[in-house]
Design a protein around this ligand. Structure first.
Ligand code: ADP
Ligand code: MG
Length: 714
């Protein structure tokens, strides 16, 4: 008998006794405590950070590798990390208490010199250290000595370094208070052989073509590399795999949603929408035109639209939203627009009212504030199908709200709704059908991030602002330049313009912020702006009072609105020409950009003045980026490279993966490559759940959660 691909022949008995080895993935599901070094107490600490199994441990990759080439004491440099091999010279370590710091110091030395080694908050070290002991110490060198962050005892009679001591690169794992990085490293060392049991999820053809290392080798090498090349090759493979598996999840989720239920086929635009477009008091921008064309294709496909419309405040998203709704209406379906707050829903209703003025198409507003009788009436008309369009808040997805034939919904500021809320809306479609969904967001995110954050949606961006919008002159204002800035403000106010002053973000609490806004309004009224009419506006005010303040501002009865960031949403004031932002260094780029978007909406030259206090270089870079750039998409890119993905992605809380090795935007090229490979496979097999692709989707779900490919409406 021959073995697979072999040339020699074996007897059956020989084959049966051969030491056959293959991966046993089930072993990765064994509890962490299976490892010798893991007792019950540490196992509990590990479980607290999500490490339950040996497999979890192997996927908890180090956040980097430290080059641990041993240095001599006379080679170490102040303010730099160093690793030294030294002998304890003093007989008694010194113990000191400073505040709540407990400090242990001891004199250590090598052939080239000596220094003081210091341990913070590890009082037990005093007992441990004895004269003549050999230590390998890693830490920060300062002018007093070495602040030890890691130490290792080396038997004093051994001159040969232990295997770890000799390793050139030491993985730096993320630890916690109870679980030291060294602990994780020790376990990983013990578990390294188990990496062989990992399932190879990448198709062999792909792995050979790119080429990429085998999964077990890569995991092992990334945790405990022998050299630089190990790290590089392991990282290449693991980063690709992670992004590839996530794109596989997104690709399949999109596909599953597409084919799970059909959606209404809306045909081609008819007389109603054509007339409506012709009646608009402006020409559509090219971006808007393109968006409408894309929507047309989606609505006639028979599959549910899942499109994200991304465009800054004022970019004209509402026109696209309303167009989609009218298309559904014309095809005999109902359409809904859901916004996250009452204010936004009301504003949409006002805009719709304006845009529909010519056509007298009825629509209803449904929020928590809708009077009971009106609500009852609207519900009845939605159920009968008599009412075609509705705008509202979460009130729309209550179980009591039922539609005769809801064919399309628009979700504004979609990231502010949870999965269950979007699911509820999705279930309001006609029996056995999925409604078309148009998601909208005013927060532009860079393309590289949108591929992970919104990779399961089709995307349309409105870059171009409708004509008539002017760039806003943006300037940084230091403490010493405030007087000049107020002078500019007064000039503008005297010329009949209005202004916003945004108070500093003093705390998370609206209460404190509210007080700060009132205090600042009172101060300005006494001092710099005593000749003008001021009004405070903040989230703590009762809704009626807020509305009154906004109305007074809109009517020109108030010159300056002194506000907390509540004004971020919902005010269109063409006469406002100055925006002062106090404590600008505390805001993110996107937030500042959104605030700035509140001015420059009319024909007047407008200013955004960023007041800031002696801040760090990074904050200053952010402010300078804002001052130099008006395009929200470009700013989002800049923001990403300044802050890293974590914070930027904070915009979409649900459904975002936490990557273990991949980092954006650094790995953007790999992301695009991974996405293309996934698309190619989907085009070729029409699914990723085919025998040819083996365990690909199992591995992806194992990595990102069992329900990750469920057809959830996003
Ligand atoms: P968004 O919802 O993206 O913040 P809107 O749709 O509310 O923006 O549009 C902002 C304003 O610009 C509205 O008053 C709208 O009528 C107007 N508008 C929309 N599209 C155009 C256009 N192509 N030309 C001129 N004005 C437009
Ligand atoms: Mg809008």
């Amino acid at each position: 008998m021959r073995t697979f691909a072999g040339i020699s022949t074996f007897t059956e008995a020989q084959l049966r006794n051969a030491p056959v080895r293959w991966p046993r993935p089930s072993t990765l599901e064994l509890p962490l405590a299976t490892l010798a070094g893991v007792g019950p107490r540490l196992a509990e600490a590990a479980a607290g950070v999500g490490l339950h199994t040996v497999g979890d441990l192997l996927l908890r990759f180090p956040r980097g590798h430290r080059n641990r080439t041993l240095k001599r004491i006379d080679e170490t440099e102040i303010d730099e990390q160093a690793t030294i091999r030294v002998e304890v010279l003093s007989a008694n370590p010194r113990r000191v208490r400073r505040g709540n710091l407990r400090i242990v110091t001891v004199k250590v030395g090598d052939d080239s010199g000596f220094l003081k080694a210091t341990w913070f908050n590890q009082p037990w070290m005093a007992e441990k250290l004895t004269q003549g002991m050999i230590l390998v110490l890693t830490g920060m060198r300062d002018k007093y000595g070495l602040q030890v962050s890691e130490y290792q005892l080396v038997a004093s009679d051994s001159t040969a370094p232990s295997s770890e001591e000799g390793a050139e690169f030491i993985p730096v794992h993320r630890g916690t208070e109870e679980l030291k990085p060294q602990q994780i490293r020790r376990w990983v060392g013990e578990a390294r052989g188990w990496a062989r049991n990992s399932i190879e999820a990448l198709p062999a053809e792909l792995r050979a073509r790119l080429p990429l290392a085998q999964v077990g080798d890569a995991i092992q090498a990334f945790h405990l590399p022998d050299n630089k090349i190990d790290i590089k090759e392991a990282q290449e493979r693991l980063v690709f795999e992670e992004l590839f598996l996530y794109q596989a999840i997104l690709g399949m989720r999109k596909r599953v949603h597409r084919v799970a239920r059909p959606a209404p086929k809306c045909g081609q635009p008819g007389e109603l929408v054509r007339r409506w477009i012709a009646s608009l008091p402006f020409e559509l921008t090219q971006d808007q035109q393109r968006a409408l064309e894309e929507v047309d294709v989606d609505l006639d496909s028979g599959q549910p639209m899942q499109r994200l419309l991304m465009g800054e405040v004022g970019s004209g998203k509402t026109v696209v939203a309303l167009y989609s709704m009218l298309r559904a209406l014309e095809a005999g379906y109902q359409a809904a627009l859901m916004a996250p707050t009452e204010t936004l829903a009301e504003q949409h209703a006002a805009t719709l009212g304006k845009l529909l003025a010519q056509d007298a198409i009825p629509f209803a507003l449904l929020t928590g504030a809708t009077p009971a009788r009106q609500r009852r009436e609207s519900l009845a008309r939605l159920l009968s199908g008599e009412l075609g369009l509705v705008v509202g808040t979460h009130a729309l997805i209550q179980p009591t709200v039922n539609f005769a034939r809801m064919g399309l919904c628009v979700v504004d500021e979609q990231h502010r709704f949870g999965v269950s809320q979007r699911k509820a809306l999705d279930s309001k479609g006609p029996e056995g059908m999925a409604p078309h969904v148009l998601h909208m967001t005013a927060t532009p995110i860079p393309r590289t991030l949108s591929l992970t954050a919104y990779g399961d949606l089709d995307m349309t961006a409105l870059h171009e602002l409708p004509s008539g919008r002017k760039p806003v002159t943006t300037e940084l204002v230091t403490e010493g330049e405030r007087a000049g800035a107020y002078e500019l403000l007064r000039e503008q106010l005297r010329a009949g313009r209005q202004a916003f002053v945004v108070c500093p973000l003093v705390s998370e609490s609206e209460k404190v912020s509210g007080k700060a806004a009132e205090a600042e309004a009172a101060r300005l009224e006494m001092e710099e702006l005593h000749e003008f009419r001021l009004r405070a506006l903040h989230g703590q005010m009762p809704p009626a009072q807020k509305a009154a303040a906004m109305a007074a501002f809109a009517a020109g009865e108030v010159d300056v609105l002194v506000a907390t960031t509540v004004i971020e949403v919902g005010i269109d004031m063409p006469n406002a020409s100055v925006m002062i932002i106090e404590g600008a260094e505390r805001y993110g780029v996107s937030q500042l950009h959104q605030l700035r978007g509140r001015v420059g909406r009319g024909e007047h030259e407008s200013y955004c003045l960023l007041f800031f206090e002696g801040s760090g270089a990074l904050a200053r870079q952010r402010l300078e980026a804002i001052a130099a750039e008006q395009d929200g998409f470009k700013l989002a890119e800049a923001d990403l490279s300044l802050r890293g993905e974590g914070e930027v992605l904070g915009t979409r809380q649900s459904g975002l993966p936490r990557f273990g090795v991949a980092e954006l935007p650094e790995d953007a090229d790999v992301l695009v490559a991974a996405r293309n490979e996934v698309q190619n496979l989907l085009n070729r097999y029409d699914s990723l759940e085919v025998p040819e692709l083996g365990p690909l989707m199992d591995a992806a779900r194992w990595r990102f959660g069992a329900g990750a490919t469920d057809p959830i409406p996003l």
